[in-house]
Ligand binder design. Structure first.
Ligand code: DQA
Length: 144
């Protein structure tokens, strides 16, 4: 099975970006941990990060034909703005888990709404970068 991990804008700055909110782990650290975990499950992991909405949309479209069975996505700020990325996920109809490092319900009111949550298999928020690992365990459960 193949899982695609998608990270949205500013997550390339993880580890240096507001560490009191997002922690000290870099995105490379996160992906490395996920790769070890995926290996244990015998799952192929692919990862993609972009700061550009259209690139994320194009990557999701590509997933329809590249054997992706499941998506773990942190849409970052696009969570609260992007009907277009939501529509892309609906288009390819690949099941996904929505991950947020911070608890979006504990912060500014504009972060409480997500364009993704009603389509997601599940949502993880507020558990730090560990949330990605938890999502991978849950995805593996569904796939294996
Ligand atoms: C985030 C929460 C979003 O509100 C924010 O714009 C991000 C990261 C999180 O992982 O906690 O960039 O998705």
């Amino acid at each position: 099975a193949t899982i695609l991990v998608i990270n949205g804008p500013n997550l390339n700055m993880l580890g240096r970006r507001e560490p009191q909110i997002y922690g000290r782990q870099t995105l490379a650290d996160v992906i490395e941990n996920l790769e070890v975990l995926a290996d244990e499950y015998n799952i192929r992991l692919r990862d993609f990060q972009s700061n550009a909405e259209f690139e994320i949309i194009n990557r999701i479209h590509q997933a329809m034909d590249d054997g992706t069975d499941y998506i773990i996505i942190n849409p970052a700020a696009f969570t609260h703005t992007s009907v277009a990325i939501r529509d892309a996920l609906a288009t390819v109809n690949i099941p996904f888990i929505e991950v947020h490092i911070s608890n979006i319900h504990q912060r500014e009111p504009f972060r409480t709404h997500s364009y993704f949550s009603d389509l997601a298999d599940g949502i993880i928020a507020g558990l730090g970068t560990k949330g990605y690992e938890l999502a991978l365990h849950a995805a593996a459960d569904k796939l294996l």
